[in-house]
Design a protein around this ligand. Structure first.
Ligand code: HPA
Length: 274
C-alpha cells in the first residue's frame, strides 16, 4: 500500500532549509514548455532533482528538472521547473511529493500551470484559461491509503479547490495587461496518449473546457495540506476539430512556448498583489 511518508517529506524540507535559509510563501509549478518564468526569478539557489534527497527525477523532454529558490516580483518563491507525471510511471505519492515538500517549507499558495488541449469550441491555440474547477479522471487518487490526520483531513472538501479571491485578482490583472483570458474546468487524466475524437467529445459533454495529464493530483494534495491553489492552462491544441491532423508533443511545446510570456506576466503581477 502507498502512504504518504511524512518523515521523508520533512527530511527533504530540512535539507533544503539548511541549504537555502529560505522561507517561501508561494510555490510555483511550471508545465511543459512554460519555463519562461525561470528566467525572471532573482535566483538564490538552484537544485537539480537528482541532488535533492528523496526527490523523484523527471524524464520528459521539455521538463527542466530543477528546483529553484529566489524572489519574483518581491515575493520569495520556490519553483518546480519540470513536474512529475503519473504516465512516467511514478506513484501518486511521487507525483505530489514536491507539493508536500513545499508545504513543509512554509508555502501557503501553490500556483500551477499546464499545457492543455481544448474542448471548449471558443478556445484557440495560444489562449489562456484560468482554472476555476477540475474533474479528476486519474485512475488512482493521490490521497488513497492511510490518512495522516496531522497533515490533512481524511475527506477534504472540494467545493472551491481554486481560490476565488485569487481568480478575481488574476482576471483584473489580465484585463489591465490587455491579455484575454478564459475561465473554466480542467480535466486531468493519465495519458500518455492524446485523446481520441470520441474521447474529446465525451470530455466536453461531461463539462470540461481543457484537458491535460497533470495538475489535478498536485491541486488535490495542496488542498489536503491546507494550501490555496491558483492554476492556468495554456491551450496548445484543439481537441474537437474538423481536420484530421495529428497532435504531437512538439506542437504542444511550440504553442506553449509562444503563449508562455503572457501567462508569466499574469503570474508575476499576481505575486505582487497577494
Ligand atoms: N490532451 C491531453 N493532454 C494534453 C493535451 C491534450 O490535448 N494537450 C496538452 N496536453
Amino acid at each position: 500500500m502507498q502512504n504518504i511518508d511524512i518523515k521523508k517529506v520533512k527530511e527533504t524540507a530540512n535539507y533544503l532549509k539548511s541549504k537555502t535559509n529560505s522561507k517561501p510563501q508561494v510555490g510555483i509549478i511550471l508545465g511543459s514548455g512554460l519555463g519562461g518564468l525561470v528566467d525572471e526569478i532573482e535566483l538564490t539557489h538552484s537544485f537539480s532533482y537528482h541532488d535533492i534527497p528523496n526527490f523523484p527525477v523527471s524524464t520528459v523532454k521539455g521538463h527542466g528538472g530543477k528546483l529553484l529558490f529566489g524572489k519574483l516580483n518581491g515575493k520569495e518563491v520556490v519553483m518546480l521547473s519540470g513536474r512529475f507525471h503519473y504516465y512516467e510511471g511514478y506513484t501518486m505519492q511521487e507525483v505530489t511529493f514536491p507539493v508536500r515538500v513545499m508545504k513543509a517549507l512554509g508555502v501557503e499558495l501553490l500556483m500551477v500551470s499546464n499545457a492543455a488541449g481544448a474542448m471548449n469550441p471558443s478556445f484557440r491555440v495560444g489562449d489562456l484559461m484560468i482554472i476555476n474547477d477540475h474533474i479528476n479522471l486519474f485512475p488512482e487518487h493521490p490521497l488513497r491509503g492511510k490518512n495522516d490526520d496531522t497533515i490533512g483531513p481524511r475527506f477534504p472538501d472540494m467545493t472551491e479547490p481554486y481560490n476565488l479571491e485569487i481568480i478575481q485578482k488574476a482576471k483584473s490583472i489580465a484585463q489591465q495587461l490587455n491579455i484575454p483570458v478564459h475561465e473554466g474546468t480542467y480535466i486531468g487524466l493519465q495519458g500518455p496518449t492524446f485523446e481520441t475524437k470520441a474521447e474529446y467529445h465525451w470530455l466536453r459533454v461531461i463539462g470540461g473546457d481543457t484537458v491535460g495529464m497533470s495538475t489535478v493530483p498536485e491541486a488535490i494534495v495542496a488542498i489536503h495540506s491546507g494550501m490555496k491553489v491558483f492554476g492556468m492552462s495554456v491551450i496548445t491544441d484543439i481537441g474537437i476539430r474538423e481536420d484530421m491532423n495529428a497532435i504531437t508533443h512538439e506542437e504542444v511545446l511550440e504553442a506553449a512556448n509562444l503563449a508562455a510570456p503572457k501567462m508569466a506576466k499574469i503570474f508575476k503581477e499576481l505575486l505582487a498583489k497577494i
